[in-house]
Design a protein around this ligand. Structure first.
Ligand SMILES: *[C@@H]1O[C@H](CO)[C@@H](O)[C@H](O)[C@H]1NC(C)=O
Ligand SMILES: *[C@@H]1O[C@H](CO)[C@@H](O)[C@H](O)[C@H]1NC(C)=O
Length: 358
């Protein structure tokens, strides 16, 4: 048995844990406060974060407006899922109660939010938006391609600065806590940060007579955030369920069927609810009214999405661009085509099917 400040785990053949729910406000709320981040108005910041917030107002503005981007990526990755990364308006937990549970979904959101901050800060540094950083002229190396070896050393995206800052800022909260959930968050935050660094590419510009490329400037550039989103989505699929080790210092896998988690893996403690029905206790919104795909066999199939409750079909007309022709030179002209398509939406729960069939 293992007693932790705000989580209790029992080992009976498998580990069963209870976590006292804490109000999970965090820096995520900064995104809803508009461009002007007022450090004292973000309820979830701990002292250290408030201090950094006051010292780096431009950085905070960048992080705040970047929040929209990683939430959009989260929603894109989960658009076909019962849980779709939706946010609650004017709710300082941002994602609602769902993430209070130490689930796979919580693991993903912590990872992609940290990754998002690294991406945002790196881009802001390279664009010269921040006083405390710029692109990184120190990065140098040699590479080779079909034309032979070449040296490079242009101004690279400064991902290391962003990694350090986001770690200091984001981890500040969970570093104070040191309970099981805090260790889980810290682990997934780091996995997210590392995921951005994985997608740095060498980009080159050719110079020389008529693009002969005898001279070139190359630099390390971050790939589109979609790559990070997709990578973390795969990590979500392969996330490892863990228990605290007996010293409370790290994790071991909860079941032998899982592999041992590495620093790149997402980890979680608790199984997810099925997210089928609206449930104020877990924060699940349910899938009533969600669009499903009748021919798919995946998570977005009507069978899976609607949890066996069935679906309604409606015909809707829509306008698309069609018969696009290229006109010399240089325009593409299209016609507007009208088509009628069937849209299927999941039935909501009613008292007769509520829970009983799930
Ligand atoms: C996510 O699901 C909820 C409820 O199931 C729905 O209200 C919302 O529109 C969905 N959001 C997106 C981005 O699809
Ligand atoms: C539905 O799923 C099928 C099979 O996966 C796919 O080909 C089709 O594009 C999907 N339709 C929509 C509207 O997403």
């Amino acid at each position: 048995m293992n007693l932790l400040p705000s989580g209790i785990c029992f080992y009976i053949s498998v580990a069963i844990c209870w976590f006292t729910s804490r109000v999970d406000t965090s820096w995520w709320y900064m995104g809803t406060l508009g461009s002007q981040v007022m450090c004292d108005n973000v309820p979830g910041l701990v002292n250290k974060q408030r201090q950094l917030c006051r010292q780096h107002p431009k950085m905070m503005q960048a992080i705040g407006s970047g929040i929209r981007d990683w939430i959009a990526e989260c929603q894109y990755q989960f658009r076909n899922h019962r849980w779709n990364c939706s946010t609650m308006e004017r709710d300082h937990t941002v994602f609602g109660k769902v993430l209070l549970r130490s689930s796979r979904e919580a693991a993903f959101v912590y990872a992609i939010s940290s990754a998002g901050v690294v991406h945002t800060i790196t881009r802001a540094c390279s664009q010269g938006d921040l006083e405390s950083c710029s692109c990184d002229p120190e990065k140098k190396g040699t590479s080779r391609d079909a034309r032979g070896p070449f040296a490079w050393g242009g101004c690279s995206d400064n991902v290391d600065y962003a990694l350090r800052f986001s770690q200091t800022f984001i981890d500040a909260k969970d570093r104070r806590e040191r309970d099981a959930r805090a260790l889980m968050n810290l682990h997934n935050n780091r996995a997210g940060r590392k995921a951005v660094k994985r997608f740095m590419n060498l980009e080159c510009k050719c110079h020389g007579v008529s693009g002969s490329c005898t001279v070139r400037t190359c630099w390390l550039a971050m790939a589109d955030f979609r790559h990070t989103g997709e990578f973390l989505r795969r990590k979500y699929n392969g996330a490892v369920q863990v228990v605290m080790n007996q010293y409370g210092t790290g994790f071991s896998r909860a079941y032998r069927k899982f592999k041992r988690p590495t620093k790149n893996d997402l980890v979680y403690f608790e199984n997810s609810p099925d997210y089928c029905v609206r449930d104020p206790d877990t924060g699940s919104l349910g899938t009533g009214g969600r669009v499903c795909n009748r021919t798919s066999r995946g998570m977005d199939s009507c069978e899976v999405m609607c949890c066996g409750r069935g679906y309604d079909t409606s015909r809707v007309g829509r306008t698309t661009k069609c018969e696009c022709k290229f006109h010399w030179c240089c325009a593409v002209r299209c016609r507007d085509c009208h088509e009628v398509v069937d849209v299927h939406t999941c039935k909501g729960q009613d008292s007769s099917t509520w829970r009983g069939q799930v």
